[in-house]
Design a protein around this ligand. Structure first.
Ligand code: PA5
Length: 453
């Protein structure tokens, strides 16, 4: 079975050994042939939705000047002693930044007294308590806001922005607000563009050819990540290195191999993919991945259902099902080869807990053995497993991982026969919500729906 092992040990590796009992070499080879066709359709722009392929070459097109523009905002806000930035957005306009910031931050960063800019997110839900509590925090800090919406009309971020804008204007004046609000949106369409032009906000453009869930390497992801103090040049470098590898039209391309195996497993009845992390830092990377694959592939009655678990935590809640429940699952493990911190298990004279056999070992050794043991157990229990290994949780590796998944997603969706770049199904709830909220133009639908309440 084809594996992708990179001789350069800082790159992503893909290990497919855990699938060999489920998909034969011959079958897999057939799927890699189909994946090559899908890759060629993708790269040549011959597939459905090809007007949204801007992300495909994006990493190599990001210039130092573009990075500089983001860093200027960071410098300006540091000079103004801003210590809290509210990043407003939902879906693809939020998850990439959230995933990166959660992965790279200290696990207890919200409690740490460190100086610099803290990031909080808003507009990703309609919870009144969340917003009320956010306003508690906002009112005791020196704040600025990045509002992100490609369409510029999405309800959740629009509601949050209305409140934050009004707070900022009242606290710092209209002129002050101009210095404290940055908008990331379409170059000409949408309410947010109109409002930004009128108010004179600094803006960054989301190009027409980059869809929300593929936008982490645009201002949408890069500006909040830079504001949180992380090295966006490194992230872009990682993505650009992965772009080179994933552009190869050969059966060694790791994105192609991953897409091929997903489809082979799906066709054999494995309808659910669990992305598995062994660090809480990766929880939101999993959320980002779920949106990417779920929104890109789940259509026309087809698509692998993307779910995620965080082990070893979830082994104590979901482990039983995965080991022993309905055999429709496969798992993709994210392996992290190197960690940044070391904590050794100490020796105890009494050894009442019986743990002295681990004395002198690092916690990560236990985590790794749990990871390997789990993989073997699930495999033996009828769950195919893949392993994607990254060097460490840093900007460079995350850049690689994001691009790798984007490319694999495009190939995989084309193999499945769907347009990866639209999301027609998302509109239905919006129409109902507008109708129930009483939005002008939805009166008839509102009447019908209210009968069902
Ligand atoms: O991937 C997508 O296109 C969506 O998840 C959008 O990012 C999300 O709905 C937010 O849309 P917008 O940026 O237009 O507010």
């Amino acid at each position: 079975m084809k594996q992708h092992y990179n001789s350069d040990n800082i790159m992503i590796n893909l290990d497919l050994k855990g699938c060999s009992g489920f998909v034969s070499d011959q079958e897999f080879d057939n799927y890699t042939t189909k994946a090559l066709e899908a890759l060629s359709i993708l790269d040549s722009g011959r597939g459905a939705g090809s007007e949204f392929l801007g992300w495909n070459r994006l990493p190599s097109e990001i210039t130092p000047d573009m990075i500089e523009e983001y860093l200027k905002v960071v410098d300006r806000w540091i000079e103004m002693d801003i210590n809290l930035v509210i990043v407003i957005g939902i879906g693809g306009s939020y998850l990439g930044a959230k995933a990166t910031i959660e992965a790279l931050s200290h696990s207890f960063h919200q409690m740490s007294p460190t100086r610099g800019i803290k990031i909080v997110f808003a507009g990703q839900n309609l919870s009144e308590e969340y917003i009320a509590e956010l306003m508690d925090v906002v009112s005791i800090n020196n704040v600025a806001c990045v509002v992100i919406s490609k369409s510029g009309t999405t309800t959740e971020p629009a509601v949050a922005f209305r409140l934050i804008k009004s707070y900022i204007e009242q606290s710092y004046g209209i002129k002050g607000a101009r210095k404290r609000i940055v908008a990331i949106t379409d170059k000409e369409r949408g309410a947010l563009r109109l409002l930004s032009n009128q108010e004179g906000y600094k803006t960054f453009v989301i190009e027409d050819n980059v869809g929300g869930r593929f936008s982490v390497l645009t201002a949408v992801g890069l500006l909040p990540i830079a504001l949180a103090g992380f090295d966006i040049s490194e992230m872009v470098r990682g993505a650009a290195d992965m772009q080179r590898i994933c552009s190869e039209h050969t059966k060694d391309n790791p994105a192609l191999l991953y897409a091929a195996m997903r489809n082979a497993l799906y066709d054999s009845g494995k309808k659910i993919e669990l992305l598995v992390g062994f660090s809480p830092k990766l929880s939101y990377v999993c959320e980002w991945w779920k949106q990417l694959f779920g929104e890109s592939e789940g259509k026309e009655g087809k698509g692998i259902f993307p779910a995620s678990v965080n082990f070893t935590t979830d082994l104590h809640s979901m482990g039983q099902y995965i080991q022993d429940g309905e055999r429709t699952l496969f798992e993709t493990f994210i392996d992290v080869r190197t960690i940044r911190r070391r904590v050794e298990i100490s020796h105890d004279k009494q050894n009442l807990d019986g743990l002295n056999y681990l004395a002198g070992k690092n916690i990560e050794f236990c985590n790794k053995m749990a990871q390997k043991g789990t993989m073997f157990a699930h495999n033996d229990g009828g769950v195919p497993t893949m392993e994607i290994s990254i060097e460490m949780i840093d900007e460079y590796s995350l850049g690689q991982l994001f691009y790798f998944f984007e490319k694999a997603c495009g190939i995989s969706a084309y193999m499945l026969g769907v347009n990866p770049f639209d999301q027609p199904g998302v509109e239905d709830y919006k129409k109902n919500m507008f109708a129930l909220l009483g939005k002008p133009g939805y009166e008839k639908q509102g009447e019908e729906l209210r009968k069902r309440l």
